[in-house]
Design a protein around this ligand. Sequence first.
Ligand code: IMP
Ligand code: MG
Length: 333
Amino acid sequence: MTSTVVVGGFFGDEGKGKIISYLAIKDNPKIIVRGGAGPNAGHTIHDGDKVYKVRMLPSGFLNKNAKVMIGPGVVVNPDVLLKEIQDFDASGRSFVDKYCGIIEEKHLISDSKGELKEKIGSTGSGTGPANADRAMRVLKMAKDVDSLSSLIVDVPLEVNSAIASNENVLVEGTQGTFLSLWHGTYPFVTSKDVTASGICADIGLGPKNVDEVIVVFKSYVTRVGTGPLANELSLEDAKRKGWSEFGTVTGRQRRAADFDFDLARRAIMLNSATQISITKLDVIFPDCAGKTSFEEISDEAKSFIKNIEDELNTPVTIIGTGPAINDVIDRRS
Ligand code: IMP
Ligand code: MG
């Protein structure tokens, strides 16, 4: 039985949502718990012909036997959360901590104009201004919001009790390592630390109780919003390669570059990764689309993966080969 933390290794949008939903079903954790910033995150999950876009609900919600939780470090927009719980049939198994901060109208307003919007390219979700109010100790908490009262549990206690009783717990991060307020490309970053340590602090999980840290990299790098992106391709080149993507939350076109080993090496270090997940291998090697075993993929694709393992000195265990939840090569024994 293990606790597994999943975080993004680049600038968010690595495809964590799909990897988490795969693990949520495959490993059948008792609890799937989300850390990270807030509804600035957007995860897209394809299940059969259904496409889910979640901003607040943990991406593991498709496993109906698991409880999904949001840790006290995360700021919550009650309207967004309650709508997702209803739309995605997750009531009765979705919970928040009483100390989750609350995004209010004023945070949405201040996030949609001025410096944050223009210079940083913030998502306008109110996440940054709410976290600023939290630091000022004036932010409203989930325990003070009537519409959330039936959702409140002691998230750190639930998580640690499950681990103490040898249950699987899946911890999902949001954003990516280089959007971290501490370790990212400041000031073009989000309003929290989003490396594995920060995500664990958000949910009250101490470092000695973490078994596995999976850092998710996409086969190429994308970045939405402003800030440095080494070896950035022109939008036309990105389009030609099939790397044009649009943000889940903002709809903005993502900027793109080749897989970046310098960033990846640093992400492995900052997160103390024990495993790597590579997503969208099929975008780089179309012959890998939908493959579920490593033996089936082309030699070129195999060397791409082996090169990553050699350069980063960490095993690539989970490989995404398409948008569906089970388009995965799982090399964990
Ligand atoms: P904020 O977190 O909304 O203030 O946005 C700060 C920066 O982080 C902007 O460049 C956003 O585009 C980026 N960002 C925030 N959340 C995500 C995410 O989940 N994926 C990708 N980029 C994000
Ligand atoms: Mg996203």
